[in-house]
Ligand binder design. Structure first.
Ligand SMILES: NC(=O)c1ccc[n+]([C@@H]2O[C@H](COP(=O)([O-])OP(=O)(O)OC[C@H]3O[C@@H](n4cnc5c(N)ncnc54)[C@H](OP(=O)(O)O)[C@@H]3O)[C@@H](O)[C@H]2O)c1
Length: 227
């Protein structure tokens, strides 16, 4: 059976690694063409979401697309007393300002029936010390997709809020730190395990093809926020 995404062009901002890279692989498997944008420009397109000129330049060279996915984030997981202004700005820049600027420059390139998909995260619904920046930025995305979906309609705008996923991003904690975090996430879920990039890509591919879904944030967290 031909997949809904067959022959479509899909821009994936942040697709150089982690969840974005898996989505790029999966849309290719589904018969689509992935255009991977990274800030290093080491894939198909150079795009730093904190630099509006690079978004405008990407718009000039991209051509029509069917979907735009952005997985970008900048982590600043510290207690309030240690907040750094530039890092706070970068965290909100990637999660909140970037989708607005992506919409500003790239929405007109999306073909009829297409969509934009952004990434939030479970921590937005699980306040705890040391994650206030990520929590508020992820929560803001929930409102962002509703507002953008109304303004850009009929273009669809959605988001996914993953639970904790072994995407490579936690490698920075070292083997022991990462194992402890993943074990805690498994315990804190309702399904008894942490997430995989495949869990998130499954939801992403479904949402891209879900022509009657817009303005929604879908939680893919193994029920973690209900604990
Ligand atoms: N993994 C999890 O457990 C988890 C849990 C909840 C939510 N999420 C969310 O899911 C999304 C994907 O997560 P992930 O774990 O795959 O990756 P991640 O480590 O959070 O990084 C995401 C991507 O952002 C890109 N990026 C950062 N700043 C950028 C900028 N200024 N311009 C363009 N790209 C930029 C990175 O590219 P570079 O290679 O250039 O750094 C990387 O590809 C994120 O939004 C994350 O917050 C993940």
């Amino acid at each position: 059976m031909t997949h809904t995404l067959h022959d479509q062009r899909i821009l994936i901002i942040g697709g150089g690694r982690g969840i974005g890279a898996d989505i790029a692989r999966r849309v290719e498997q589904a018969g689509a063409t992935s255009i991977v944008a990274t800030r290093a420009g080491d894939h198909d397109l150079k795009l730093d979401v904190l630099d509006e000129e690079t978004i405008a330049a990407a718009a000039a060279s991209l051509g029509p697309v069917d979907h735009i996915v952005s997985t970008v984030s900048a982590h600043h997981d510290v207690p309030v007393s240690d907040l750094d202004h530039d890092k706070v700005t970068a965290a909100f820049g990637t999660k909140v300002v970037a989708p607005l600027l992506v919409a500003k420059h790239l929405a007109d390139l999306v073909r009829p029936g297409g969509s934009m998909l952004f990434f939030s995260g479970v921590v937005g619904w699980q306040p705890k010390p040391g994650t206030v920046v990520k929590g508020v930025a992820n929560g803001a995305l929930d409102f962002l997709v509703r507002h953008l979906a109304v303004e850009l309609a009929p273009l669809r705008v959605n988001a996914i809020a993953p639970g904790l996923v072994d995407s490579g991003t936690w490698d920075r904690l070292g083997e022991a730190g990462k194992s402890a975090l993943l074990a805690k996430a498994a315990q804190g879920s309702l399904v008894g395990r942490h997430g995989t990039v495949g869990d998130i890509s499954d939801a992403a591919l479904w949402l891209l093809g879900a022509g009657y879904v817009t303005g929604e944030l879908i939680h893919v967290d193994g029920g973690a926020r209900h604990r």
